[in-house]
Design a protein around this ligand. Structure first.
Ligand SMILES: C[S@@+](CC[C@H](N)C(=O)[O-])C[C@H]1O[C@@H](n2cnc3c(N)ncnc32)[C@H](O)[C@@H]1O
Length: 277
């Protein structure tokens, strides 16, 4: 019988390790979460106990196991057009404003999970261009990043099963932007895919090589981080945004008490943050 127990001291050491490498803060008594997410790696790496998985993953030499452990500890819950209003606002108000700038629009989907967020952004841009032929003359591009190699692989494949497709996607958008592939799955079409570039990136690391953006979507990830990590990330977002650039956070996330580099803009429903000039 494989040993799935984890001593208190080991758990605390692992929490610290996870926070340092991913920003994710595990609460007290979340051993059950570690157990359920890491137990499959015991068999895969032929390790006799959960404690050994945790111990080995903290060794810098065990790069592959370390990456898989961090990957397994991330929460990847996502859906198409999540909360709707950020995409609605983009299509009806922000894209017409950026069209007037006459230069390429750059959007960053930071922590993109399995791709629903950046592909929803791409669909919003394509729908806008259908309504307004010739709009966004300088075009638009989306950079989508995540820490998780397995999520990025799924993003690049762009193939979704009926369960994933059923979450937030209208039949009209499914018809327009997807084509059938094997079984119950559908493949995102090339014209949507080519607006998005995927890249591995850890939000705790430097952003300087990513370039500058007009809009950043960083939704439903900061909730897992400490206030110090959130503050550092928000500072880096401000530096990565063009003047008056816009930041969308998740519906339950806020910058309150963390930064004074943004103004809050109410858009009813919802809010976004605009970089102060
Ligand atoms: C709950 S999903 C949110 C996906 C999408 N933004 C949304 O709102 O639907 C959180 C994502 O954050 C990623 N993540 C966690 N820690 C990260 C870090 N330090 N750097 C980059 N991505 C991270 C996870 O891999 C996961 O895909």
């Amino acid at each position: 019988m494989p040993n799935k127990s984890l001593a208190e001291a080991e758990y605390n050491q692992f929490r610290l390790f996870l926070e340092q490498h991913s920003g994710i803060v595990l609460g007290d008594n979340k051993q059950y979460l570690v157990r359920s997410r890491l137990a499959p790696l015991m068999g895969k790496y032929n390790l006799p106990s959960l404690s050994e998985v945790v111990k080995q993953s903290m060794k810098p030499t065990e790069r592959q196991l370390r990456a898989e452990v961090i990957d397994a500890m991330t929460t990847n819950e996502t859906l198409w057009f999540r909360d709707n209003y950020p995409f609605e606002l983009l299509g009806t108000r922000l894209l017409p404003e950026y069209t007037r700038l006459g230069r390429p629009l750059k959007i960053w989907s930071a922590a993109c999970s399995s791709g629903q967020e950046p592909y929803s952004l791409a669909m919003t841009i394509l729908e806008y261009q259908q309504r307004r032929p010739g709009a966004l003359p300088g075009s638009a591009s989306i950079l989508a990043t995540d820490l998780s190699p397995s999520m990025l692989e799924r993003c690049k494949r762009g193939e979704y099963d009926s369960l994933a497709l059923g979450r937030g996607l209208s039949p009209e958008r499914k018809r327009q932007f997807f084509e059938p592939t094997t079984g119950n799955s559908m493949q995102i079409k090339t014209n949507v895919k080519q607006l998005v570039n995927f890249r591995a990136h850890n939000l705790l690391e430097s952003y300087t090589l990513l370039g500058r953006f007009d809009i950043i979507f960083c939704r439903n990830v900061l909730i897992y981080f400490s206030p110090e990590a959130k503050a550092k990330i928000l500072r880096q977002f401000a530096a990565a945004l063009n003047p008056k650039g816009i930041l969308f956070l998740g519906a339950s996330e806020s910058i309150s008490g963390l930064t004074d580099e943004f103004d809050m803009v109410r858009c009813n429903p919802g809010i976004y943050y605009q970089k102060r000039t």
